[in-house]
Ligand binder design. Structure first.
Ligand code: AMP
Length: 380
């Protein structure tokens, strides 16, 4: 019997645990919060990732460790990796945790990125704005996610406000200024690399964000073969350079036939949740297979799928449940503004059918704005 240790006990750990149940796996999750939602049905250890005694107890109880949360301190991951196998490797995790290092890696690999400059003072922000121009986004180098730790500068007049908002973090987590990309679409590649170096990817996903948080995903994205080939080559180059094992997401801005890399998430990803029902093997199952050294499963899609995120609070489930291809996911979390509390996936055999289902759901839940951009793509 194999026990998988998961650092972080949120919805990703919860969905990993569900996916691994048929494989006969056991789990132990570790989280700093006693009400982390994976703890509702897998054994959970409440502890601080920086506490060596807690890490030692965790290491003793598991055979292999992985992450639901990419901001586990890299030193804690390294400490664990000296005792048990840890995937993805702590070096990869450490590099990806810093936006500046991550972007520099992309540049080294020949992957285009939006122009960016390191910022460490009010003066360097001024200089960075002069170099990059506005609009631009000031972001924390570390610990930012879902649009948090970001400030958008529309013009030079916003420099003071941006420094006011994030300047204090220049000396702790660091800052980076990025050009604001007027992208036509946002895409992600969800891919997986095994311990033996086997690489697979799911069909590209198109994503829509609201206030920096994912709102809807559509798979497969409507992209031509050349764009897919380019996106997948970027993902593969990153995974191979990091000797990465497990599932990851590469987020891309699409401008014409150009792709700019935004960031990589070193874990299963929200824009791959559709794969639970929409693919032969989900991102969660393939992550476990990769981490365990098992053969990877097929990433072939079954029809077409759209995932809708529920942020803040859950809507009514019935309109989703009465759809033939409707699937409901409640993460067991309490409602809180901005919190990801669940998602739904609609799966259908054709674009027309999927668009119809989304229309019904949008009407019934009063969420026309959330489904509209997806329907537009499906009916083009
Ligand atoms: P991030 O946390 O960097 O993934 O940013 C969250 C979301 O903010 C992205 O998915 C985009 O919708 C938007 N965003 C981030 N960086 C940029 C950028 N340089 N240009 C335009 N939009 C951006």
């Amino acid at each position: 019997m194999t026990t998988i240790g998961i650092l972080g006990g949120g919805q990703l750990a919860r969905m990993l645990a569900l996916a691994g149940a048929p494989l006969g796996l056991r789990y132990r999750v570790m989280d700093s919060s006693a009400d982390a939602c994976a703890g509702q049905f897998v054994p959970m250890q409440v502890g601080d990732y920086r506490d060596q005694a807690a890490l030692a107890a965790f290491a003793n109880a598991v055979d292999v460790a992985t992450f639901d949360f990419e901001n586990v301190p890299a030193e804690s991951a390294e400490w664990l990796a000296e005792r048990i196998p840890v995937f993805p490797n702590p070096r990869a995790l450490g590099l990806i945790q810093d936006r500046l290092v991550e972007k520099s890696l992309f540049v080294d690999l020949g992957i285009p990125v939006p122009p960016f400059v390191d910022v460490d003072s009010r003066e360097s922000l001024q200089a960075a704005v002069e170099r990059i121009d506005t609009p631009a986004i000031l972001k924390t180098r570390r610990l930012g996610y879902d649009g948090k730790g970001q400030f958008r500068l529309r013009s030079n007049d916003d420099i003071d406000a941006a420094w006011e908002a994030l300047g204090a973090q220049a000396s702790t987590v660091g800052l980076i200024l990025e050009a604001f990309v007027r992208f036509e679409r946002e895409l992600s590649v969800i891919a997986v690399r095994s311990r033996a170096g086997e690489f697979r990817h799911w069909p590209l996903t198109e994503n829509w964000h609201v206030d920096g948080v994912l709102s809807a995903s559509l798979a497969p994205a409507r992209v031509d073969a050349a764009l897919t080939t380019k996106a997948v080559a970027h993902a593969r180059a990153i995974a191979e350079s990091l000797d990465y094992v497990g599932v990851f997401a590469l987020e891309l801005f699409c401008v014409g036939d150009e792709l700019l890399a935004n960031e990589m998430a070193p874990r299963v990803h929200n824009s791959g949740h559709w794969s639970i029902e929409g693919a032969e093997t989900s991102q969660f199952e393939n992550h476990l297979r990769a981490v365990l050294g098992l053969p990877l499963g097929s990433t072939r899609m079954i029809g077409q799928a759209c995932m809708l995120n529920w942020i803040g609070e859950l809507p009514e489930a019935t309109p989703i449940l009465r759809e033939a291809g409707g699937h409901w996911h409640d993460y067991g979390k309490s409602s809180r503004p901005g919190r990801k509390v669940g998602h739904a996936t609609l799966r259908a055999d054709s674009a027309a059918e999927l668009a119809e289902g989304l229309r019904r759901v949008g009407d019934a839940l009063n969420r026309d704005a959330q489904v509209a951009p997806v329907i537009e793509v499906l009916t083009k």
